[in-house]
Design a protein around this ligand. Sequence first.
Ligand SMILES: NC(=O)c1ccc[n+]([C@@H]2O[C@H](COP(=O)([O-])OP(=O)(O)OC[C@H]3O[C@@H](n4cnc5c(N)ncnc54)[C@H](OP(=O)(O)O)[C@@H]3O)[C@@H](O)[C@H]2O)c1
Length: 341
Amino acid sequence: MGELTIRLPQAFACPVKSYLVHILVRLGSAPTLHRRCPFSNIEIMNDSTIVVAGATGNLGRRIARALLERGASVKALVRHGTARDRLERLQELGVTIASIDLSSASQMTTACSCASCVVSALQGLRDVIVETQTVLLYAAIKADVPRFIPSDYSIDFTKFPPGENRNLDLRRDFHKRLDKTSISATTIFNGAFADMLTGQMPLILFKRKRVLYWGDADQRMDFTTVDNTAAFTASAALDPSTPRFLRIAGDQLSARELTAVVSEVTGKQFRLFRAGGLGMLGTFIKVARTVAPGEKELYPAWQGMQYVRNMFDGRAKLEPLDNDRYPSIRWTTARDVLSAH
Ligand SMILES: NC(=O)c1ccc[n+]([C@@H]2O[C@H](COP(=O)([O-])OP(=O)(O)OC[C@H]3O[C@@H](n4cnc5c(N)ncnc54)[C@H](OP(=O)(O)O)[C@@H]3O)[C@@H](O)[C@H]2O)c1
């Protein structure tokens, strides 16, 4: 097929381009699009530019990589002072780095220009999740970016009220601002990162051959690997018609089912261990928060316990799932994660 070249007037280039590409790709006639960015004067051909904030982090770097694998151009917004090795790893992937002051609205706006989506994988407390993300959001809007993916990647916090999980309340506060804007936003809910089953998450006690649970051993929970979450986020970032919420889970299983899987994978007999009821867990959270508040830490012990309570009480369960939305993604199960461990 001959090459189809479209030159767009500069004023219309950014918002119109991704929509045109979408239509033409569907018609089997992907164009080569040439346009000039009003701020950065970059010529972009035949792909989308996705801006990623937090691309130096664990999830963000994998999102950047998955975007590049899908043919997008990726621009990472990084703060001054980010560790050099983190930047080098991104540059080796082929990511363009914009080292800016993330509290500067004008610098953020310039950096967001010509993107078809801004993806946030920032991590932090109120100053980052509410304040820095707000600067990023308003910059995206000012730069006419049509779509925004906030740094949520969690259990479904729309299903339980504020006050139960500090870190998720921060995301909820950011949503209050996000939902007042006209940008098309998509939150991705993925449950817990399945990778944490091998250590970080206090569920499988490998040395004691126990699977710890609170409340109901048959309550299913959602687990998705960081890589699967990144792949899905990248596909969503390049998809011009995503809804406000997308829900994914590489696996859904209860403590009882997890016990069977870990026993089979290790060849050792694991047993269930009931730590207590959800009421007792609530009391432990209050006591831990009083004696070791660590309010300025991202994950003090009581915060981890808040996540565990939210998962075991079932309200944050993800349904219906959108796993089939991008058929090329192969979902990694808890068994896969434990087998690889
Ligand atoms: N569902 C789950 O089980 C689960 C588990 C973990 C994380 N998550 C979520 O995944 C998302 C990303 O987390 P992650 O673990 O990938 O985080 P991470 O590895 O700690 O990376 C955090 C990113 O945010 C940037 N950042 C941190 N503080 C900043 C600040 N004050 N100003 C500007 N940038 C700042 C870091 O930049 P520098 O490189 O400059 O420090 C880095 O790029 C978060 O929404 C997190 O809640 C979900």
